[in-house]
Design a protein. Structure first.
Length: 330
């Protein structure tokens, strides 16, 4: 069964960011062949944020409240926005920060190379994950509690912290981009080639028509899981069956997703595409102007409510790469 999308007239045809840059170059050339008069993007309550810190690419975002939003750009510091101004939070990272996950403002984890940085609201604690687990090049983190933390990276291992020590398990293929779970015995990890699932005792591969991808696995519960593949086909799990969702009529491909409820989700990806899911269909609400001398790519989405959502990424072209921060207020 396929979940329908809202049809629109068909229009013309860093570690993590660097892997996408090759795709961006190809898409930029293809999209430039379409004239502005024939293609365009909608404009609703989404808009770029002015006065943001200078960066080549923003790769992750976490919104705690409307006045406390964290952004990382691959450097060793965190950019924080309080609703009107920007500050910098220094970290002890020796390399660039690559991901954020938090349970609260005093339970925040960041990945940086082979290290996990834990922030308790006042200071950082650094733990090397590679030595005990064998996992190299962390790309994503997820936790159900401080006693149940999971990490994935560029190789075929999954690392786990049980409150006392990190261990590693060989599971699935390399180049994992995302990990998410609804609880300690329901965890998913996505790679370029496959999706694997942990049931509390073992990891198994899930056969999806849409396959894996360099995107994100995320959900609102055990019966509402999405795989954003960074391709035109997505996958959705309703607790019983996996279904394929096609977005062939979208200008861009969706790579990241977040939402406050199963019937109120936001996703974003290539060509500046931002789409909304209302519980029955995906609608692409905006995308960049086709034919423009640049290509937008969103890498992460997060928010605090249905009226406060952030999307971050990069814009390639016009002399190089520039970081993007977009905000939805309604």
């Amino acid at each position: 069964m396929k979940i329908p999308i809202c049809r629109r007239p068909r229009r013309g045809a860093y570690d993590r960011p660097m892997r996408r840059s090759l795709l961006l170059l190809g898409l930029l050339a293809a999209l430039s062949a379409c004239g502005v008069s024939a293609c365009g993007g909608g404009n609703n309550d989404w808009g770029s944020v002015s006065g943001t810190p200078e960066s080549y690419s923003f790769i992750d975002v976490w919104a705690f409240t409307t006045t406390d939003v964290w952004f990382i750009d691959g450097g060793p510091t965190v950019h924080r926005y309080d609703g009107s101004s920007w500050t910098t939070l220094e970290t002890p990272a020796t390399g660039g920060l690559g991901c954020i996950f938090a349970l609260s403002q005093s339970q925040v984890w960041l990945c940086a190379g082979n290290d996990v940085l834990f922030y308790d609201g006042a200071s950082f604690t650094v733990t090397n994950v590679s030595s005990p687990s064998g996992l190299d090049g962390l790309t994503d983190l997820w936790a159900s509690s401080p006693m149940d933390i999971w990490a994935v990276g560029d190789d075929g291992r999954v690392a786990h912290y049980d409150g006392s020590a990190w261990t590693g398990t060989i599971a699935g293929s390399p180049f994992k981009s995302s990990i998410w779970g609804s609880g300690p015995s329901d965890v998913y990890a996505l790679s370029t080639f496959d999706l694997i699932h942990y049931d509390g005792s073992a990891w198994t591969e899930i056969d999806l028509d849409a396959g894996g991808g360099d995107g994100q696995v995320w959900g609102t519960s055990a019966s509402d899981v999405w795989v954003m593949t960074d391709h035109s086909e997505l996958s959705h799990f309703d607790g019983t069956n996996w279904e394929t969702v096609d977005t062939y009529d979208f200008v861009g491909d969706l790579a990241a997703v977040w939402g406050p409820a199963p019937d109120d989700l936001w996703a974003a990806g290539s060509a500046g595409s931002i789409a909304h899911f209302d519980g029955s269909k995906w609608t692409e609400v905006t995308h960049q102007k086709i034919g423009s001398p640049y290509l937008r790519m969103f890498l992460a989405v997060h928010g605090t409510s249905s009226t406060d959502v952030w999307a971050v990424g990069q814009q390639l072209g016009e002399g190089g790469s520039t970081g993007l921060i977009f905000h939805y207020e309604h």
